[in-house]
Design a protein around this ligand. Structure first.
Ligand SMILES: [Zn+2]
Length: 170
């Protein structure tokens, strides 16, 4: 049988001991800087968003057009082949009516996060975004929507360069 580890008694510290300076402490404000590399595919994707365009990558072998683009096809296990512009229209692939804001406040009017299947990309290929300008009860899977872009001067190379998606009226 293994011997029990020997317990060493410590000195309990309470709030007072800490405040009275009975312990050694250090105050340090770190000046942290960081860089973020989006990689080859997403760099181009973001640069194109700034220009008001959606771009995908195609794989010749499985004939898929993938958005967001990727440089490697995870199905064929080989590099993808070409850049392909796709439309800024699509269909609601799935959605949610969200009555809680990002900072956990209750909302009277729900936000409508949705995956938009992009026209020109392969079935099931889409981006997560938000749908507006429609009554929550009227949103349906398969509904045709179009991107509403921010003004060019306000775009920063982000998926938020599309302000939201709205239904295409027939
Ligand atoms: Zn492939």
């Amino acid at each position: 049988m293994k011997p029990e580890p020997k317990l060493v008694r410590g000195t309990p510290l309470d709030e007072k001991a800490l405040k009275r300076g009975k312990t050694f402490s250090v105050t340090y404000e770190p000046r942290l800087r960081y860089g973020w590399d989006t990689g080859q595919a997403i760099s181009r994707y973001l640069a194109e968003l700034k220009e008001g365009r959606l771009i995908a990558r195609s794989c010749r072998k499985c004939e898929r057009v993938m958005i967001p683009p990727r440089m490697f096809c995870e199905r064929c296990f080989r590099p993808t082949d070409e850049w392909v512009y796709v439309k800024d229209t699509g269909k609601i692939f799935t959605f949610s009516l969200c009555y809680v804001s990002w900072d956990v406040r209750r909302l009277k009017q729900p936000e409508i996060p949705a995956v938009i299947e992009i026209d020109g990309a392969s079935p099931g290929m889409g981006i997560l975004h938000v749908v507006k300008k429609i009554a929550p009860g009227k949103v349906r899977i398969g509904m045709a929507v179009r991107a509403v872009w921010r003004p060019k001067a306000k775009r920063i190379g982000s998926v938020t360069d599309i302000a939201y998606w709205q239904p295409i009226k027939n």
